[in-house]
Design a protein. Sequence first.
Length: 94
Amino acid sequence: MTLVNAYMHGMHSIAKHSDDDAQMGDDEKKNVFCFSVGASRRAVFRCKRDPDRLLDVMIPEGLYVMWGKRFQQLWTHEFPKMYADFGKYVTSEE
């Protein structure tokens, strides 16, 4: 199964979540791939056991990021709104 999300500008966002539920499949090799086309994009990762522990990063334009099933079992991720004119950002889950 492959799911693709495209964020066409900074106002497109997705709230805190993990892609580790049953409807997404139970494949141990399930990964999330992110890449930015045209602009950087903010990503926030939060530890499920300690929500105050977080990683707040800018994913630069052209950078490819991947995380796997185990990471999703331990962390949530979100792409908050960015109040500026940014380029397209795509995530794909396989």
